[in-house]
Ligand binder design. Structure first.
Ligand code: MN
Ligand code: MN
Length: 331
């Protein structure tokens, strides 16, 4: 689908890409700092006000997924025992804009202010890769309390952006129900088509190829936002960049066995024009860089001394480049 770039093209564009991208990351850091400065004076987002337009639907799913205790609904405790966050629930520097949801197929932290997920986390094992057809049933997430705006189809209509999955549909093909949950709008965010169908998808395919090879993955993905951020539809924030962190466990290893030698993939991809001309391997970074830019502490259930080593180490690019085409083509 994309034009094939020669290695000369790629070399020529890499220096300008790095320049532009460094600038984007720098701007994000500045914006974040500015936000923290005025955080104390910030008024609560309108999204947190009770909505008069619809009664609380009180879907049965909520009581099944949020630990059973209404008091826990939306809190970190309602998701912390999920297998998908076995390496830790990402901890926000500023936790004022988080509503946690256990969707069973994955867990997430929802931002009522930005109207999309702060992050989505999921385990990916071979058992998740079945033959189920893509359901394509994009829909509002009724697991969100009615006082929050629930994003729907019309918010993306004619927006110029794809409905980009955080947890990909193809990572959940073991049952129709599991696949269908990936189409909840809480798992979707505005992505340029060239990112969604380009390097972002390449990395998704690569991750599945590792699982086919026997690896067990723990993945967290989300967006980074400029301040102010652009929106589409009824106030859905458009991320300036997307991050993804993939912890790769070897066959037979469990989440408690993450150590200094554990393989980690961390990428930061701009949601900007031109991104589709690049390979995902060009966006490899460190977890430390993503933690700095996002304000989150990831993998916090991993011993501190291990985090210090693996979060500072970018994936070995030479190995990745030679495996570039292992992933193949898939949605
Ligand atoms: Mn996608
Ligand atoms: Mn960490």
């Amino acid at each position: 689908m994309r034009a094939v770039t020669t290695s000369r093209d790629r070399r020529a564009s890499r220096s300008s890409l790095l320049g532009t991208f460094s600038l984007v990351v720098l701007l994000l850091l500045v914006a974040r700092f500015a936000l923290l400065q005025c955080g104390a004076r910030q008024t609560r987002a309108p999204a947190s006000l009770p909505s008069a337009q619809e009664p609380d639907a009180n879907p049965p799913r909520e009581s099944q997924t949020d630990g059973g205790t209404p008091a826990l609904r939306g809190t970190e405790a309602s998701v912390s025992s999920s297998v998908h966050v076995a390496l830790g629930v990402p901890r926000a520097g500023d936790p004022s804009d988080e509503y946690f949801l256990d969707e069973r197929s994955f867990v997430l932290s929802y931002s009522p202010e930005k109207r999309l997920a702060n992050w989505v986390a999921w385990q990916l094992a071979r058992k998740h890769l079945g033959q189920v057809r893509r359901k394509d049933d994009f829909r509002a997430d009724l697991g969100l309390p009615a006082r929050f705006y629930r994003v729907k189809e019309s918010d993306y209509l004619h927006s110029g952006y794809d409905r980009g999955h955080l947890c990909p549909s193809a990572d959940r093909q073991d049952s129709a129900e599991d696949n269908s949950r990936t189409f909840l709008f809480t798992n979707i965010e505005p992505q340029l088509h060239e990112l969604n169908a380009g390097p972002w998808e390449q990395l998704e395919s690569y991750a599945r190829s590792r699982v086919q090879g026997g690896a067990l993955l723990y993945i967290v993905a989300g967006g980074l936002f400029s301040a102010p951020y652009p929106t589409i539809g009824n106030g859905v924030a458009v991320p300036a960049a997307n991050f993804k962190i993939i912890v790769v466990l070897e066959p037979g290893q469990g989440p408690s066995e993450v150590d200094e030698n554990t393989e980690l993939l961390a990428v930061l991809m701009p949601n900007q024009r031109g991104v589709g001309d690049h390979e995902w391997t060009e966006y490899v970074t460190t977890v430390d860089a993503i933690e700095q830019a996002s304000g989150y502490d990831f993998l916090n259930a991993v011993p501190e001394r291990v985090q210090r080593v693996i979060e500072a180490r970018p994936a070995a690019l030479a190995d990745l480049r030679s495996e570039r085409h292992r992933g193949g083509r898939s949605r």
